[in-house]
Design a protein around this ligand. Structure first.
Ligand code: FMN
Length: 136
C-alpha cells in the first residue's frame, strides 16, 4: 500500500486550548473515524497549539485534512510536511495523545510548536510517542 504522512500545526480556538473535554471529544471521534479509514497518528496539544501527524492512504489523509481545515476548534492550520512515506511511524494508534515529554521538549529549543520545521516537528512527535505505552 502506498503511504502518505501529513504533519501540521494549528492554533487552538477558545476552550480547545485548555479543555480536557474537548480533547476527549476530538480523540473519541478520531479513533472511530481513523480505524474506519486505516489512518494512524499522534496528536499533541501544548501552549494553545496542536501538532498532529496523520498517516495512511493519500486519499484518506487528504479527506481528513479537508475536515480538519473546516473544524472551528482550531484555526490557522499550517502544513509542515505532506509526503509519501515507506512506512508508518505511529502505526500503533488510530490516534493517540502525546504529552510534551522532557525529551520532546528539549527538541523545541525554547521555542513553541509553531516554530518547528518539518524534520524537527516529526522528531518531537516521535520522542513524545516513545514515552507512550503500546496497546496490547
Ligand atoms: C486538533 C484536531 C485533531 C483532529 N484529529 C482528527 C482525526 O485524527 N481524525 C478524525 O476523523 N477527526 C479528527 N478531528 C475532527 C475533525 O476535524 C472532524 O470534526 C471530524 O473528522 C468529523 O467527523 P464526524 O463527521 O465523524 O464527526 C480533529 C479535530 C481537531 C480540532
Amino acid at each position: 500500500m502506498l503511504l502518505h504522512r501529513a504533519i501540521y500545526v494549528s492554533d487552538a480556538v477558545g476552550d480547545a486550548a485548555t479543555s480536557l473535554l474537548v480533547l476527549v471529544e476530538i480523540l473519541g471521534g478520531a479513533e472511530r473515524n481513523n480505524r474506519r479509514d486505516g489512518l494512524t497518528g499522534v496528536l499533541m496539544r501544548h501552549d494553545g497549539r496542536f501538532l498532529q501527524a496523520i498517516e495512511g492512504r493519500r486519499d484518506d489523509v487528504d479527506r481528513l485534512m479537508g475536515r480538519l481545515r473546516a473544524d472551528p476548534r482550531h484555526e490557522n492550520l499550517r502544513l509542515l510536511s505532506d509526503t509519501d512515506v515507506s512506512c508508518r511511524l505511529f502505526g500503533d494508534w488510530p490516534m493517540t495523545l502525546a504529552e510534551l515529554t522532557p525529551a520532546a521538549g528539549r527538541l523545541l529549543n525554547g521555542g513553541g510548536l509553531d516554530q518547528l520545521g518539518p524534520d524537527r516537528a516529526e522528531a518531537v512527535l516521535i520522542a513524545a510517542a516513545e514515552a507512550l505505552p503500546v496497546p496490547a
